[in-house]
Design a protein around this ligand. Structure first.
Ligand code: C5P
Length: 249
């Protein structure tokens, strides 16, 4: 029996996190929020006063990071770093930026690779990030790449921040997103880009539910659920051979 993986990659603010959570919940699968791992590393580095360009120290820290994820029925997972709940602390713009800086270091990415792959457990995994389909799970039977304009992504982030009572201007947020996109797409290792066999979904005018539904539809086509009329999970190797032909976007 193979354990299927659906990868959901894309830039910040494309809604990957919420969409991946919905898809994982619907299928009853595990979830990997790889961005949270990079964020925790950024936060741990800050706490231990490790410079964000100290590749040796950061990769060592990545290997020994004492982090656990506690998934809940609703909302984001609780993230615990060395016994401390850091779920909120890792979501600031500052830590997002730190995550993007440490994520550009090859030794750090290497150190986090196996940790991410260990999330692949039966009955399946939805993995969200930047390089899930290209590097971490290159054999995933379904790869999704979400896109949205910087303006739309900044507007979504603005709404979230205002709801939390955090002050931010749209112009500032667009600027920060562009800077982070630039670093994420131009870095030498595992840059943000769609896998050649990824299906791209432009989320600009779609709700979270609509995007999740599209992904689930793609998965049903792959797993043959529509043909049998009943749930086809977990997927058998035979089914995989029959149905997991690459789909062109
Ligand atoms: O997805 P999220 O915004 O939480 O990720 C924070 C940062 O972590 C990203 O801007 C990116 O630089 C980095 N990251 C990465 N590879 C991943 C996930 C996140 O480099 N697979």
């Amino acid at each position: 029996m193979i354990t299927p993986v659906i990868t959901v990659d894309g830039a910040s603010g494309t809604g990957k996190g919420t969409v991946s959570q919905r898809v994982a919940q619907h299928l009853g699968w595990h979830l990997l929020d790889s961005g949270a791992l990079y964020r925790v590393l950024g936060l741990a580095a800050q706490k231990q006063h490790i410079a964000l360009d100290n590749e040796d120290a950061l990769s060592q820290l990545a290997l020994t990071l004492n982090v656990t994820f506690h998934f809940q029925l609703e909302g984001a997972a609780q993230v615990v770093l060395a016994g401390e709940d850091v779920s909120e602390a890792i979501r600031t713009e500052e830590i997002g930026n730190a995550a993007s800086i440490v994520g550009a270091l090859p030794a750090v990415r290497k150190a986090l690779l196996e940790r991410q792959r260990a999330f692949k457990e039966a009955p399946g995994l939805v993995a969200d990030g930047r390089d899930m389909g290209t590097i971490v799970f290159p054999d995933a039977p379904l790869k999704i790449f979400l896109t949205a304009s910087a303006e739309e992504r900044a507007a979504r982030r603005h709404k979230q921040l205002i709801a939390k009572g955090v002050d931010a201007t749209l112009a500032e947020l667009i600027e920060q997103l562009r800077e982070r996109d630039k670093r994420d797409t131009e870095r030498l290792v595992a840059p943000l880009k769609p896998a050649v066999d990824a299906i791209c979904i432009d989320t600009d005018h779609l709700s979270v539910e609509q995007v999740a539904e599209r992904i689930l539809n793609h998965w049903q086509e792959k797993a043959g659920e529509g043909c049998s009329g009943k749930k086809a999970f977990p997927v058998t190797e035979q089914m995989a051979m029959n149905n997991f032909a690459p789909v062109l976007a």
